[in-house]
Design a protein around this ligand. Sequence first.
Ligand code: FES
Length: 138
Amino acid sequence: MRRFVARSCEEGLGKRCVERVSSVQFMVRDNYVFVCLNRRPADHPKGSCADKESDSVLAALKEAVARRGLAKDRARACGVTCLDMCEHGVAVLVEPAHVMYGGVHPEHASDIVDAMLRGEVVDALVVAASSRGDDESR
Ligand code: FES
């Protein structure tokens, strides 16, 4: 566990606030993998990731994280609502790398987690990688 002190608290409310906040511990992982679980009506024109079995993708990512012993402090896979990449679903966002994957299936889970650990991406699945800075041609 890491201690967290909000700078605005330190600057805005003084030492007493800092002492109180610093006594609170957060389980902050190094990496997060967010999987869209949004479900829309079957006839909705945008479709939804849940209709493409995003729950299975999330389960596979959780298993991949756990199998590598990362769940305690290095990585967490979480379900979220719409990531606004509906046409590319199942949409998966990896943070803090800020990489958006699309068309993800459960069999991609190990590749996504392994790439995350290496600081790389699974190029075939990338929809957007705005902060990588290593290739401006994407
Ligand atoms: S429904 Fe999954 S990104 Fe919008």
